[in-house]
Ligand binder design. Structure first.
Ligand code: DCP
Length: 680
């Protein structure tokens, strides 16, 4: 099945920008006296001087490598400056590096669509900016070309005849007879050089870049000349670049798929792939992977630069190698609490700053069983709907862990004696929050968001049957995942201890990753993972943030009211719209799932809510299992709702309102929607 070559992609201008020895640069900015010195950042654990996770280019000249430990680095270069990664909650605190990465992203995003690919990597689609430059001020006519642009490495440009390299670059940029693609790349050279200079000026960080017609080639090129340089791949040089490129160097081919290509197909360079017809590759590796391999052999990649400046998930993890393996449930709980605290903080700041909420909480672990023939068995990753608030996340993560552990050790296989395990150990733990979506801010938007809720409800997280099992992913330690199913090959080596890693799925080959992605979406559809989340689940965060006044409710209230007037008259009972009362009804603030229908009937003062209201929306199934405790509704929030919804709620609450003890102070705001319990 031949795939049409994406013609248009040939005339895109894509850049991949990668910070140089990033953590070192961040530390050097904090301590400018370290600039220019051989410097390395070491991991939190101090054993043998700690593992090196970032090495300055000055230190690399002495032979210091990331795989070394601090002591070894000192032997190689006694004057090396070792800086320990910041620590919080007994683990590495990467927030300073994340924030520094964000500073860079905000500058790069000024010239085109920008995708944050990792803590220190960004893709840019500069096509529009390049087209504009070509139309307004084409490089051919420019009298002066910036020095930084003249230092570019243009693949295929012959510099071996002793000619002045910068002069060659200048001539290449100035060519009048160049085709449109090369003219666009010439603009890309100028734009990226300017952006890199701007990054340096505003942040004091240097970065390197690759400029090409697609993401794959740009990424390949950015690592070719470091630090603080840029490399360009004209269309005419693609074949030459790929012909000799070792197959395992290609993004996504460093793992099992790359090994299989080498071992089973005798493919050593990307160019070697050209000998195989697409059908043959499809036969061996499946339709998608086969086509993908056929394409990359020709330098074809239609992958778009996603306009995304924020991570797609947040993760917090820690490894416990060797003797540090966790062997008791309380020890696991202690660390889970630390990880959840960090995760919760990051979720709250994401909500504050970006108005985004995460839907799914996932626990990953690695474990061993000492006395079991089945010791290869992976600890199953478990997911559940994410509830905001540190205590809730901690509680849910612990439940997920227990469910995973039960499955891992088998029903009879590994009963714990007291809090001590019999023969298992946890060597790494992480919690992650995914399915992060923006919510429109403000009262109006919140009301809209309520309307848009699906009829999903929340499963009990106590029962392991209701927990979602996902393929075991590797552990991000305080990581952010910037790409949903990240197919990129990790360029990092996995340290023997706590580490930050870039890729969520580092060991899977393309097919496995695709399988994983389809597994995840299937799970999502079957209801184990909830696609929609109730804003009520945000309660914890809003509680935490209330004092900060992050939600400017008063401002948005008037906006909401005027918008509401426009919509007045439209009833909100259209099929598919979901009024707040349905949301209340579907929300179960008790994770144990104890609000069953009979209890629900009781708490709403005997009103047969289930038959009247639920059947109206055809929610019979939901009614049987879930209910909302009417005591949880704060009547004062109704003032901020559309009148028809107010009526709806008042009708529901009438018997309730007659009980003065249940009345809540009128000073409450809409944020009380988010409060599942007045007691909390
Ligand atoms: N990192 C880490 N643990 C690893 C690998 C990397 O914590 N095992 C961190 C430190 C790095 C940052 O991620 O500074 C970015 O990783 P890169 O692989 O991009 O490497 P550097 O930016 O350090 O160096 P280079 O200039 O080679 O890109």
């Amino acid at each position: 099945m031949p795939v049409a070559k994406p013609e248009s992609s040939d005339s895109r201008v894509i850049a991949h920008v990668d910070m140089d020895c990033f953590y070192v640069q961040v530390e050097q900015r904090k301590q400018p006296q370290l600039r220019g010195l051989p410097t390395a950042v070491v991991q939190y654990n101090e054993w043998k001087g700690g593992a090196l996770i970032a090495v300055s280019y000055e230190a690399r000249k002495f032979g210091i490598k990331r795989s070394m430990r601090g002591e070894e680095a000192k032997e190689v270069c006694p004057q090396v400056q070792l800086v320990q990664v910041p620590v919080a909650r007994g683990k590495a605190d990467l927030s300073g590096y994340r924030n520094a990465g964000s500073e860079v992203v905000s500058i790069l995003a000024r010239r085109g669509r920008c995708e944050r690919a990792s803590i220190d990597e960004v893709y840019l689609d500069l096509t529009d900016a390049a087209e504009m430059m070509l139309a307004d001020n084409p490089p051919q006519g420019m009298e002066t070309i910036d020095e930084e642009a003249l230092k570019s490495h243009i693949l295929g440009l012959n510099n071996e005849d002793g000619s002045d390299v910068k002069e060659n670059v200048r001539n290449w940029i100035h060519r009048h007879n160049a085709d449109h693609r090369d003219k666009l790349l010439a603009c890309g050279i100028l734009i990226v050089a300017e952006l890199r200079m701007q990054v340096l000026k505003e942040t004091e960080f240097t970065c390197s870049a690759g400029i090409a017609h697609n993401k794959m080639l740009a990424k390949l090129a950015s690592g070719m000349n470091k630090p603080a340089q840029q490399t360009v791949v004209p269309f005419s040089s693609v074949k030459g670049l790929l012909d000799t490129l070792p197959i395992r160097k290609m993004k996504q081919l460093g793992g099992k798929l790359g090994i299989s290509l080498q071992m089973d197909m005798g493919v050593n360079t990307v160019g070697d792939l050209l000998q195989f017809p697409e059908e043959k590759l499809q036969e061996r590796y499946g339709i998608n992977t086969g086509t993908w391999l056929w394409n990359i052999a020709r330098g074809i990649s239609g992958e778009e630069v996603e306009g995304r400046l924020l991570p797609k998930s947040h993760g917090s993890g820690k490894t416990f190698p060797g003797p540090r393996a966790l062997k008791t449930v309380p020890a696991v709980q202690h660390w889970l609490n630390q990880l959840c605290e960090e995760l919760s903080e990051r979720l709250c700041s994401d909500l504050d700053q970006n108005k985004r909420i995460a839907h799914t909480l996932t626990l990953h672990a690695r474990a061993y069983k000492s006395s079991d023939s089945d010791s290869q068995k992976k600890f199953p990753s478990k997911s559940c709907p994410l509830r905001y608030g540190t205590a809730k996340i901690q509680e849910d993560a612990f439940n997920l862990f227990q469910a995973g552990l039960r499955e891992y050790i088998g029903f009879y296989g590994g009963k714990t004696r007291g809090s001590h395990c019999r023969g298992w150990g946890i060597t790494s733990l992480s919690v992650s929050a995914s399915k992060i979506v923006p919510i429109p801010s403000g009262t109006c938007s919140i009301a809209k968001y309520f309307h848009g809720q699906s009829t999903s409800h929340f499963s009990s997280m106590q029962s392991s049957d209701n927990l979602n099992t996902e393929a075991t992913l590797s552990l991000p330690s305080g990581s952010e995942c910037y790409s949903e199913v990240n197919l990129s090959e990790p360029k990092i080596d996995f340290p023997k201890e706590e580490s930050w890693i870039k890729d969520t799925v580092p060991d899977l080959d393309l097919q496995e990753q695709k399988d994983l992605s389809s597994t995840l979406s299937e799970k999502t559809q079957d209801g184990f993972i909830q696609e929609d989340i109730s804003p009520l689940l945000l309660s914890g965060c809003l509680e935490q943030n209330r004092s900060k006044q992050q939600w400017d409710l008063s401002k948005d209230e008037s906006q909401f009211k005027s918008e509401y007037k426009e919509r007045k008259g439209k009833r909100l009972k259209d099929k598919g719209t979901y009024s707040i009362i349905e949301l209340f009804k579907s929300y179960n603030p008790n994770p144990s799932g104890s609000f069953l229908s009979h209890e629900y009937n009781r708490t709403v003062g005997g009103t047969d809510v289930s038959s009247s209201s639920y059947s109206r929306d055809g929610e019979e199934g939901r009614r049987e299992a879930w209910g909302y405790n009417i005591d949880e509704i704060d009547p004062s929030v109704m003032e901020e709702l559309p009148p028809e919804i107010q009526d709806e709620i008042k009708a529901w609450m009438q018997p309730h309102e007659q009980r003065p003890n249940n009345m809540v102070k009128r000073s409450c705001t809409i944020s009380h929607y988010f409060s599942p319990s007045k007691k909390s």
